[in-house]
Write a protein that binds this ligand. Structure first.
Ligand code: ZN
Length: 206
């Protein structure tokens, strides 16, 4: 069987008892695959409907697996944060800076982030002022142009998760959208503004 063990996240075995136990203990799986077994579930059918039954029964197991992965990655971030290797960054400005440098290995974004990256331009045609701002539904009004005092207009908007994910893609950084349903995940949102990164190498702070 040609399986890239790195891409395989886990194996669930389903079947009637005691067949599935016999299978698991029978040494039928390559030892690398054996490590990936995350559970065995009771399924009463042995035909295709058993497969659907297994997927149904597996939902909870898979959610657990996902949560475990979030926990592992968040603990790695927290460890980097206190380590003198300096391979952690947080806050939008710092993380954006590192993304542009191509220094981000893993981008951590909270699933509760509700921000928009907004492109703003001056409405005065003879003025070239433009900038990007990160805004929320409670941000102050746009105000007037810093250069000429004319009014400003929004010319483009993108959800911040998609904006930062695009930057991450450019340098091959992995993106993880982290649930707030566990302690470190809630911390990412509350203490780090929902935006953090594990870095490939140490960079200078901005
Ligand atoms: Zn202007």
């Amino acid at each position: 069987m040609a399986v890239d063990a790195d891409d395989l996240q886990g194996i669930l075995i389903g079947g009637p008892s005691p067949t599935k136990e016999e299978f698991m203990e029978g040494g039928f799986l390559h030892h690398e695959l054996q490590h990936k077994v995350i559970g065995a579930l009771d399924v009463s059918y042995t035909d295709e409907s058993g497969l659907f039954e297994l997927v149904d029964a597996a939902q909870d197991k898979l959610l657990d697996l996902e949560l475990t992965q979030y926990k592992v990655i968040m603990r790695r971030f927290m460890k980097e944060l206190v380590s003198d290797k300096g391979l952690a960054a947080y806050g939008e400005a710092e993380v954006r800076h590192n993304l542009k440098l191509g220094a981000v290995e893993t981008l951590l974004l909270s699933e509760d982030l509700r921000k928009t990256r907004t492109k703003i331009e001056c409405t005065n045609r003879s003025c070239d002022f433009s900038e990007s701002q990160t805004r929320t539904s409670s941000s102050a009004p746009l105000g007037s142009c810093l250069k000429c005092g004319s009014s400003l207009a929004v010319v483009g908007e993108e959800d911040i998760v998609s904006d930062l994910s695009k930057l991450a893609d450019k340098s091959g950084a992995e993106v993880k959208i982290i649930s707030t349903e566990f302690e470190e995940g809630a911390q990412l949102f509350k203490a780090f503004g929902g935006i953090a990164a594990i870095l490939r190498y140490k960079t200078s702070h901005i």
